[in-house]
Design a protein around this ligand. Structure first.
Ligand code: SF4
Length: 439
């Protein structure tokens, strides 16, 4: 039996998926901020991909200037509220905090960041100065972290901005792909609404761009930013992959984020993969009441791409690891009934299958968390676009694609990283666009 009962209502779902970094109250925030040493050349700041002035924003909370604190955070990161909860702070700012060296609990920087920005959002504080209109227009394809951050920054520089989003909500993976115990949909969307009110960019939802639309956008706008992220889960090419209940992690997490307890999860689940998405999918299956969840990875534990704390989180809810096991067939008749594996072992840098070591494990759901496809079809429509060997868009240091009027950032460029990386890249590309259009 798993640790969680299958949730049958919204309240049971919320209980199973309670926030691992809940909102601090004022006393907690003042107490925690007062522990900070306000280090000179603070390592926490250096570790932040958006270089937030962390000692300053913590000092502002500690002195009662919470609005100033939010202003400091947003000056560097437009996803300040979401990042306070969804960033892997354990390996970024909090992992770099000097307290770790003394075996003292690091400052809870993420939760403090979330606390300060939450107040600004709730009170709709005016923290931003828009640039004087300069008569130029930029189109942004994709309302994810890179696209929204690019839009906000461009508005401070005086550009009119229209965003084209294929889905019906903004924030990309933040609302569709992050595990629900890290952030709730309402919190993500509140920040998105706040930003749109503050910056006044337009978003056209349910507007996938392709073919003729792209040509029209190209001629109507002075520059175009591409922040389209990645596509669906890649196919593994295994027999039985098309059986019912063999699903992609990205698609399943998206469904879970929208349908909560109504999402169907198997009783005995096998997750294939060793990255952070695999950890999320495994943890979520356990919290959805699966009786057993096995996380299988074809190499050893130490070679997993996932952060250690993510694997600990999964183990903490009863997920069991199966290592050096390569799936070779999804078994079943119409529906998934198991997975056939072969054992593997390292041979130098290579991985080799151990002869006659096949074995089977029964299950009624397989979740593939083995990477997402690149959006090559869309990108192929941009004249002059180049992709590297891994299918990532090649840009220059300003974020520009070749000698085109296109710029890009986020997962489509970095191959799949954190919300905070995409936010940093989108903001950076806005400066590149400004330089390009000012020349
Ligand atoms: Fe504060 Fe830790 Fe950053 Fe130093 S490293 S400024 S103590 S959060």
């Amino acid at each position: 039996m798993g640790e969680f009962n299958k949730p049958t209502s919204e309240s049971e779902f919320s209980k199973n998926f309670s926030q691992i970094k809940p909102l601090m109250n004022e006393t907690e925030a003042y107490y925690e901020s007062s522990r900070c040493l306000f280090c000179y050349d603070a390592p926490c700041q250096t570790a932040c991909p958006t270089a937030i002035d962390i000692p300053l924003f913590i000092r502002q909370i500690s002195s009662g200037n919470v609005t100033g604190s939010a202003e400091t955070i947003y000056a560097s990161n437009y996803f300040g509220n979401a990042c306070g909860k969804v960033c892997p702070t354990e390996v970024l700012c909090e992992g770099a905090c000097v307290y770790n060296e003394q075996n003292v609990k690091p400052i809870e920087i993420g939760r403090l960041q979330n606390f300060a920005t939450r107040q600004a959002i709730d009170e709709n504080k005016n923290l931003f100065k828009l640039g004087d209109p300069n008569g130029k227009k930029v189109a942004i394809i994709g309302a994810g972290p890179s696209g929204i951050s690019c839009a906000c920054e461009l508005r401070t520089l005086g550009y009119a901005v229209d965003i084209f989003e294929a889905k019906d909500k903004p924030s990309g993976l933040t609302v569709h792909g992050v595990a629900p115990y890290k952030i709730e949909n309402e919190e993500v969307l509140d920040e998105m609404e706040y930003l749109q009110n503050q910056f006044g960019y337009q978003v056209k939802y349910n507007s996938p761009v392709g073919g003729d639309d792209l040509r029209k956008i190209e001629s109507d706008y002075d520059a175009v930013f591409v922040g389209i992220g990645l596509g669906n889960t890649s196919m593994l090419g295994l027999p039985g992959e098309d059986l019912q209940n063999c699903v992609g992690a990205t698609e399943l997490i998206e469904e879970l984020r929208q349908n909560h307890h109504k999402t169907e999860i198997g009783k005995n689940v096998i997750v294939l993969g060793g990255g952070n998405t695999a950890m999320d999918a495994a943890s979520e299956s356990a919290r959805m009441g699966a009786e057993s969840v096995i996380l299988s990875y074809r190499r050893g534990t130490e070679e997993m791409g996932a952060y250690e704390f993510e694997y600990d989180l999964a183990k903490g809810v009863g997920v069991r690891g199966l290592f050096n096991a390569q799936p070779i067939e999804i078994l079943g008749n119409g529906k998934v009934e198991g997975v056939k594996f072969v054992k593997t072992e390292a041979s130098g840098n290579q991985l080799k299958e151990v002869a006659r070591s096949e074995f089977e494990i029964a299950c009624d759901m397989v979740i593939k968390a083995t990477g997402q496809i690149k959006q090559k079809e869309f990108l192929g429509q941009i004249e002059g676009v180049q992709m590297d060997g891994k299918g990532r868009i090649v840009i220059d240091e300003s974020g520009r694609i070749g000698v085109t009027k296109y710029f890009a950032g986020g997962d489509a460029v970095n191959g799949g990283a954190e919300v905070v990386n995409a936010a940093a890249e989108g903001k950076g590309a806005a400066s590149g666009i400004d330089k390009f259009l000012s020349e």
